[in-house]
Design a protein around this ligand. Structure first.
Ligand code: ADE
Ligand code: ZN
Length: 325
């Protein structure tokens, strides 16, 4: 039987968490007061009442509006540090965390402000025994030219960023749109991943483009490959990582997608369990494991396999990986 103690205690890597998605209502209110920003709500309960999305776009509206409270380098540091403390409680030893530069740049926040806050938190996370790294995401509902500009800004901070990703609203925003910034990023030595959120329009076509044209190293979510045997074979052959997020799935498509996730695990796909936007989807990484355990009769072996996959498909050095496998 899979117990809560076992899941919390098992060493894990977290490969799919958006730092802006770890903004808890308490911190949101506190920063709003400090920075004198009117977010339209005065209590935690009022904020939580708006967390009732049922699609990617309705979630994203709430997610982006919440970020307005993040203003200073210290605010970004505090946000990331509070998440790293949660990571420690979940025995997450290694994190590759997403952040959304354009969501801050478009509000007039400088690149230096958020990158320096986030990076300082990554360095201080070492004291918690959490090995923390950053993945810079391009917003796919913005023009490719804007992604190019972000990549240029990041050149001054190259050593602080482990990889690039692609997130936000997927509809009519295929991977191919970002072929140029991604090939440029690969040439600069960044690792790469892209979102293929559950049950999106053209999901299979998007995953094909990400794998065959962009040559990404991982896919975030991506569980819709179960619909396509050729894609399952390809993902299996290439040992490519999929980062599943059951609690997120439950909001976006009213289904944890546990059946699909377990089917892929059984087919030896390198799929891991992650938290996506834990402050918005009702739980951190262990809660995501436990949601599957409770609803789909996970075995202890399944849980161990997911955790091993998280290290195997992480971007830590092979030497460091051996510690965990
Ligand atoms: N940004 C934050 N969370 C996201 C998700 N699950 N999908 C796409 N964009 C996101
Ligand atoms: Zn995500």
């Amino acid at each position: 039987e899979v117990t809560s103690n076992f899941v919390f205690g098992l060493p894990k890597a977290e490969l799919h968490v958006h730092l802006e998605g770890t903004l808890e209502p308490e911190l949101k209110l506190s920063l709003a007061q400090k920075n004198q920003i009117n977010i339209g709500f005065e209590t935690i309960q009022d904020i939580r009442k708006t967390y009732n999305y049922n699609s990617l776009s309705s979630f994203l509206d709430v997610y982006y509006s919440g970020m307005s409270v993040l203003q200073t380098e210290g605010d970004f540091y505090r946000l990331a540090m509070e998440y790293f403390k949660k990571a420690k409680e979940n025995n997450v030893r290694h994190v590759e965390a997403f952040f959304d530069p354009q969501a801050h740049l478009t509000r007039g926040i400088n690149f230096d402000t958020f990158i320096n806050g986030y990076y300082r938190a990554c360095q201080d996370a070492k004291a918690l025994n959490v090995d923390a790294h950053l993945i810079m995401c391009f917003l796919r509902d913005m023009p490719a030219q804007s992604a190019n500009e972000v990549l240029l800004m990041a050149q001054h901070h190259r050593e602080k960023i482990l990889g690039v990703g692609l997130d936000s609203d997927e509809h009519h925003n295929p991977p191919l749109k970002f072929a140029y910034p991604f090939s440029n990023a690969i040439a600069q030595g960044y690792h790469t991943t892209m979102h293929a959120d559950v049950d999106q329009v053209d999901s299979i076509e998007h995953i094909k483009q990400a794998l065959e044209i962009i040559n990404v190293e991982r896919i975030d979510h991506g569980t819709n490959i179960v619909e396509n045997d050729d894609l399952v074979d390809l993902v299996k052959k290439t040992q490519l990582g999929l980062t599943a997020c059951p609690l997120s799935n439950k909001f976006i498509s009213d289904d944890y997608k546990g059946k699909e996730i377990l089917e892929l695990l059984d087919q030896d796909i390198k799929i891991s369990i992650n938290s996506d936007d834990p402050a918005y989807f009702g739980g951190y990484i262990s809660d995501n494991y436990l949601a599957l355990a409770k609803n789909y009769e996970l075995t202890v072996e399944d849980v161990i396999e997911f955790a091993k996959n998280s290290f195997k498909t992480s971007w830590i050095s092979p030497v460091q990986k051996n510690i965990y496998l």
